[in-house]
Design a protein around this ligand. Sequence first.
Ligand SMILES: [Zn+2]
Length: 98
Amino acid sequence: MSCLTCKHYEPHALYPYVGYCKEEKSVVLDREGCERRSNLDYASLKGGVVEAGWVYCITCREPIYSLEDLDRHFSGGHAVVSGFMDDQVSLEESHAAD
Ligand SMILES: [Zn+2]
């Protein structure tokens, strides 16, 4: 199981296979997860649809606006996220890596 379906992972809006790990507090590339990996939480994704009006399926690269669609993507094992990483973080990280 990869980072994409981990609830600690926030993908980059344009490059979803690069993201920010809230556990490691650093930018990570999609990989085979780690010992802190924790499965996506359906309840929080459902909350995203209800409260924000959308979540996003990385697997299909499309936004999800309804609970019916969320069920379809989630039950298919897709990587669904309720938000993206703060772009400022990636800029700071890449700068620091110079
Ligand atoms: Zn999907």
